[in-house]
Design a protein around this ligand. Structure first.
Ligand SMILES: C[S@@+](CC[C@H](N)C(=O)[O-])C[C@H]1O[C@@H](n2cnc3c(N)ncnc32)[C@H](O)[C@@H]1O
Length: 260
């Protein structure tokens, strides 16, 4: 997978791309990242990439021409790339979006700064906008890194099987159960006994129950889109969780339909 980043702060990406799994993915050629300085495509004497907003108002707006020139050079006619603009106004990035993007051959990220990007650039060149949450960052660089990180770990061979993405939170629609490692007792608190039992079926049952309890407690709305196998339903019924799930799902559905 190829990632390209268009930014006015190319140095921003040094360390985050040189650590851990992302660094290994780069070294192994599983991903490639191109960083392109928009300023190099600003043709005026001062290499201006921003200007005052028409109609007045605070701040500066990123000019469309340097962005368009930079993008055209990076794409070089390639029509398979997906151009993504990071923006607090875009649809929310999620694990599902990461899974969808992970099958693209190439993603090109436009990092805004200041008050954002001239709307005409967006209309003409951007395939989709993405927000990483309901807050405003100073620029799109951190958001691009978030998307690159989440997408990269879904690519074949990027994670070793010891840290496989299959059972992560959200991948199966629920929050992942708690994890423990040595020591067996930490400041007086022991690891749940079942995890030391070596009984794989009992451990799988325990983890299913913990996963569902955690999701019920913290993100019950996620249960709306999850279905359980008959064997799982039997376990959850025995634990008194199936009724709670059914009630919550019913409540959310009623809420949704009355909201129109
Ligand atoms: C200060 S923000 C601009 C905010 C804009 N004035 C508004 O109110 O929507 C500058 C840049 O940061 C990036 N950015 C800020 N918050 C973001 C978020 N939640 N998700 C993705 N990108 C974000 C975008 O690229 C944006 O163009």
């Amino acid at each position: 997978m190829v990632f390209d980043i268009l930014t006015i702060f190319p140095d921003f990406f040094g360390t985050p791309l040189q650590e851990g799994i992302i660094r290994r993915a780069l070294e192994d050629g599983k991903i490639q990242v191109g960083i392109h300085n928009i300023r190099d495509y600003a043709l005026d004497r001062h290499h201006m990439t921003d200007d005052r907003p028409f109609g007045g108002g605070e701040g500066m707006v990123m000019k469309p021409e340097p962005l368009a020139e930079c993008l055209k050079t990076v794409l070089a006619g390639d029509e398979t790339s997906r151009v993504i603009m990071l923006s607090p106004k875009g649809p929310r990035f999620s694990q599902q979006v990461a899974q969808r993007l992970a099958v693209s051959p190439r993603l090109v990220f436009i990092c805004g700064r200041y008050e954002g990007v001239d709307e005409r650039f967006r209309d003409k060149y951007v395939d989709e906008e993405l927000s990483i949450g309901d807050y405003v960052l100073t620029g799109g660089e951190l958001a691009a890194l978030v998307v690159i990180d989440a997408v990269s770990r879904l690519l074949p061979g990027v994670l070793g099987c010891e840290d496989s993405a299959v059972n992560d939170s959200f991948s199966c629609g629920l929050l992942k159960h708690a994890q423990y490692t040595r020591p067996r007792i930490f400041e007086g608190t022991a690891v749940p006994e079942v995890l030391l039992s070596g009984d794989h079926a009992a451990i799988a049952r325990y983890r299913l129950v913990e996963t569902v309890k955690l999701t019920l407690e913290r993100r019950p709305e996620l249960l709306l889109d999850v279905s359980f196998t008959p064997a799982e339903q039997k376990i959850l019924k025995k634990e008194g969780l199936l009724g709670r799930i059914e009630t919550i799902v019913r409540e959310y559905r009623t809420e949704r339909s009355s909201a129109g």
